[in-house]
Ligand binder design. Sequence first.
Ligand SMILES: [Zn+2]
Length: 252
Amino acid sequence: MTEVSRVVAPNPGPYTGPGTNTWIVGAGPVVVVIDPGPDDDAHLAALNKRLSGKTVGVVLVTHGHPDHLPLAERFARQFQATVQRYPELGDGDIVRAGTLNLTALYTPGHSADHLCFLLAEDRAIFTGDLVLGQGSSMVTYPEGDVAAYLRSLDRLAALQPRILFPGHWDPVTEAAAKIAEYKKHRLEREAQILAEVNRGGGTAPELTRRVYGELDDKLMVAAEMTLRAHLKKLVDEGVVRENGEVYQASVI
Ligand SMILES: [Zn+2]
């Protein structure tokens, strides 16, 4: 088994849980680091301390969101390592560093630039924000894509991973069950949104309140974004139509 450890970035919050997981893959002397996280001096110092003399061969980034990417270049420069992410890194590309081989999996949905990284010999997948250790992942709008998100979950499931190392919260050993739970949650949410639209049209903020109930402001922003992403899929599929700001059931 490849040694995997993490340093949690000091950026806890409603979207990031206890903070972003920066993963260190391999026992050294050459390691791969995934998602250096926010550009934060204390996090950089904590990472360097944990590495204690190991060399970073490659820095990988699952996606360009501000809780995953900003420290990457500054961190990598210390080791003259390259930062690799989508689109320079594409589906199926293999990243080699020391004795490690990681395969990039293009897994859009949460964001359009999302990659997961597979450690094939261990059947371990670094899932970024596609699957989290806890709660559900948001689908951003307009760059996210619910249909793509569901396909990305199927893709992960087909690889039959043994363990998931998510971008936030703890590793997941019940990988198949967790992926199935995520898919079920998204499909249930979609059914709920469609039922609400069929009950009577509304704007995205109105529908968000009807579907999610009262949430605090920050979570409401995430909920509305995910709802808009769901509505886009339903509009693309022709079951919902847009009438100005209002979403209505399609009448055939
Ligand atoms: Zn994140």
